[in-house]
Each structure stands twice: as structure tokens, then as C-alpha cells.
Design a protein around this ligand. Structure first.
Ligand code: PNS
Length: 161
């Protein structure tokens, strides 16, 4: 489908679960814009530039994927970018309430917006960036959780924490 969609998120850092959703979206749509939230209030572990760089490396093989960042409301960012479709991954029922709430709020803010959910890969249902940060910072093995090309950079950063 020749359509541009946005995959928004904190990506602090990118996980194999994120990469799975981005990869599948890239096969379904003409272009995928991966938009990293510049969440100044959340005090992320990885800077916006680091998060974008990790995503760029992790998605290097996907020609129709572009990495960018955004500040403020996602609904406004979509409007100003001319994109009307958000793609997100749903890991479990526990994600649903929050994601459903966000999808409805975004649609109220920008009625053109649709949110499409892809079910997470069975191997990724338990996976989150916060879990990666915790295991990595305590010296645990995160090789099954993050994309191989960026594994060493993520480990290095987390061990310094
Ligand atoms: O990876 P995350 O943390 O689940 O991503 C959440 C994200 C970035 C998609 C969401 O927090 C967001 O869109 N933030 C931007 C601010 C905004 O638009 N808030 C209102 C959404 S209802």
C-alpha cells in the first residue's frame, strides 16, 4: 500500500519488539516514519540523538523507513507532517487500555488520524525498553532483547549508568 505511516515511541532504547513492528509495517506500507519523542520531562537514559542513531542502525536494511524526532503532541506532529495513520504494537491486554485511550484522544485532537495496532510477535510480548535498561544496567545478557547491530552500544551505555 503506497501510504505513509508513523510509528511513534520513546525507544529508550529500541528493542527487538520495536524492530518487529517497524519491519512488518515497512512491508505493509509505502513509507514508515519512526518518530522518537523528545520527552524532556521523562529524563530518558539515551539522548534523543542516541535513540535515533540506534534506530537508524537497527533499521539500516529497511529502505522505506525514516527516523525522525518530534516534540509536543503526536496529533499535531502528524497534522504538520501530512500523515494520517499511526501504527503501534500491542503486546498484551495490559497495553490495550492505555493505547486505546491514546488512540481516542489523538482522534479527538486530529479527527483525520487513524491508529492501527499490530499484535506483537509472541517472543516479544514480555519485552520493554525499561526491562532492557534494568537488565543491562545490572550486567545481565540482553542479546535476545535488542537488535544485534546495536547490542554492544546499548550494553556500553547501560553499564556506565
Ligand atoms: O514508547 P512509548 O513511550 O509507549 O510511546 C508513547 C508515545 C510517545 C507514543 C506517546 O507518549 C505520545 O504520543 N506522546 C506525545 C505527547 C502526546 O501526544 N500525548 C497525548 C497522547 S494521548
Amino acid at each position: 500500500m503506497n501510504k505513509t505511516v508513523i510509528c511513534p515511541g520513546s525507544f529508550d532504547p529500541v528493542t527487538l519488539g520495536h524492530l518487529d513492528i517497524i519491519t512488518r509495517a515497512s512491508k505493509m506500507f509505502g513509507k514508515v516514519i519512526v518518530a522518537v519523542l523528545v520527552n524532556s520531562g521523562k529524563n530518558p537514559t539515551f539522548s534523543t540523538e542516541e535513540r535515533m542513531e540506534l534506530l537508524r542502525e537497527a533499521t539500516a536494511g529497511l529502505d522505506n523507513v525514516e527516523i525522525t524526532s518530534f516534540k509536543g503532541l503526536l496529533a499535531e506532529y502528524c497534522k504538520s507532517s501530512g500523515v494520517d495513520t499511526i501504527v503501534k504494537g500491542l503486546r498484551a491486554v495490559s497495553d490495550f487500555e492505555y493505547e486505546f485511550q491514546m488512540a481516542l484522544a489523538n482522534k479527538k485532537l486530529n479527527p483525520q488520524l487513524e491508529t492501527i495496532f499490530l499484535t506483537a510477535d509472541a517472543d516479544s510480548t514480555f519485552l520493554s525498553s525499561s526491562m532492557v535498561r534494568e537488565i543491562g544496567s545490572m550486567g545481565g545478557d540482553i542479546s535476545n532483547f535488542v537488535p544485534a547491530p546495536v547490542h554492544d552500544r546499548i550494553v556500553k551505555k547501560l553499564r556506565k549508568q
